[in-house]
Structure formats: C-alpha cells, structure tokens
Design a binder for this molecule. Structure first.
Ligand code: 6PG
Length: 250
C-alpha cells in the first residue's frame, strides 16, 4: 500500500478492490473508536452505489464486527435515490442488507433519507433530522464515506447541478436527467465540515476522471468531487484507491 499526503489529504493506493475495502473498514473502525472515546458517539454518513458494499460486508462479519461499539453508532447517508426503501437501487436498502441487519444499532440511530414520495419534503425533513442530531454543536460528521462516478459526481452532487454551490442548506433535492431520477444529497457545505472524509474509488473506468480530479484544473462545476475539501476546515481527506483506478495517476 503506497501513501502520499499533502496537508490533510492522504492518497492511498491498494493492489485490488478487496484490499481497498479492508482499508476502508479499518478506517471506519479507527474513526469510530476515536469518536466514541472522546464524544461517546460516532456519526457516519454512508456512501451508496456499488463500491462501498464490500466494506459494509466486512464490518458486518467476524472479526471486524466485534471491534465497533455499534450501540454508539449513528448512521446517516451522503445521498439517496428517491425510490421505495425496498428498491434495489435504494442506498439504505443496500446498507441494510450488507451491514445494518447484522449489527446492533438502535433503530433510532439509523437515519435513512426518505424521499420516494417527495424529493423536496425528503430534503427538508432530512435537514431537520440533521439539525436535531447536531443540536447546538457544529454539524461535524466524524466520518463521511463517498464514491465518485465516472462523470466526477460524488454523493448526488452531479456536474452542473444547482446544489453544487449551495451556501446555506445541508441537504438538497436534485433531478438527474440522465437517470430520470430524483435524489437527495448532502451538500458540499455540510460534507466539508466533517472530521474525516474518505473517497472509495475502484476500477479502471474511474481512472481518467480521478486523474482529472486530482491533477487537472480546478473545475468543480464539471468535476464535483473537487468540491470536497474538509482539510480546509481542519478535517482530513482520504482517497482510498485501487490500482486500476490509480492507473493514470503520475
Ligand atoms: C449513489 C452514490 C454515488 C456513487 C457513485 C459511484 O447514490 O450513486 O452515492 O455518488 O458513490 O456513483 O458509484 P459506484 O460505487 O457504484 O461506482
């Protein structure tokens, strides 16, 4: 495993997606231990899509499962597709199958984004839930897991979206024409206040975009993943990348 770090940014490459998933699970465990020790709770926003599923499966099974105090874990999502909860496209459904059905987290500590009936109401209600959780403190997730699409989107922050440069809202509804799908996403404004953000990126299909995001001109309207900069607010940013996705990086 190679690693490279600029101030607050750590780029780690792994031989394959399995070792990437293991490293992401270890980061989850390490961040959970640290947060629970200091604050008695661990708040994490899970990523959707396919890449993180193996990480969740590893956390749900022995030996890793026993290393997390699940009763102190609070689960949120970075984004959700506005489809019914049992729809295979639903991110919370994937996490339920891969992780949440196998660990003991009090149901009141699992906060799915419910937006199938109304994306606008879903976004508004989620923001209320976030306000309630963070109460009077700063909205500072202990960990946010993210993926990146081939078009440079992350969470549901898609190229050209009005939500990209949101300056007040913590969650927003977006319509993704190419998918004919409404989604709800955390905004970069909220994600960037996190203590730790980790991108999990696997596969050769991401290689060109990843090189542009990391080494190309700053163009977040075209490459929204470039908006994610928690290190500018004292947080830490991890890029956990497998060899295929890293194949074009210098
Ligand atoms: C989603 C995700 C999205 C995902 C990327 C990468 O709901 O689709 O939140 O941002 O992380 O599209 O997806 P894969 O991991 O499936 O490549």
């Amino acid at each position: 495993m190679q690693s490279f770090s600029r101030t607050g940014v750590v780029i780690k490459t792994f031989p394959d997606s399995e070792s990437l998933s293991r490293a992401a699970a270890e980061l989850f465990i390490e961040r959970a231990e640290a947060a629970i020790k200091v604050r008695g709770r661990f708040s994490v926003a899970l990523a959707g899509g396919k890449t993180p599923e193996r990480t969740y499966e590893l956390l749900a099974a022995s030996p890793l499962r026993a290393r997390v105090a699940w009763s102190a874990v609070h689960i949120f999502w970075g984004d959700e597709r506005c489809v019914p909860r049992e729809d295979p496209k639903n991110n919370s459904f994937m996490a339920k199958k891969a992780l949440l059905d196998h660990v003991d987290i009090p149901p009141s500590q699992v906060h799915p984004i419910l937006c199938a009936s109304s994306p606008e109401a879903g976004a508004r209600n989620y923001e209320k839930e976030l306000f309630a959780f963070f109460d009077k403190g700063p909205p500072r997730f202990d960990l946010v897991l993210l993926g990146m699409g081939e078009n440079g989107h992350t969470a549901s922050l898609f190229p050209g979206s009005d939500a990209l440069f949101e300056k007040t809202r913590w969650s927003a509804e977006v319509y993704v024409p190419e998918q004919a799908l409404y989604r709800v996403t955390l905004t970069a404004l909220l994600i960037n206040q996190a203590e730790t953000v980790a991108f999990l990126i696997s596969g050769s299909s991401k290689a060109k975009t990843l090189d542009e995001v990391l080494n190309g001109p700053f163009d977040p309207k075209r490459l929204p993943a470039q908006l994610i900069e928690p290190q500018k607010s004292g947080g830490k940013l991890y890029w956990l990348i497998d060899r295929e996705a890293a194949s074009l990086l210098k």
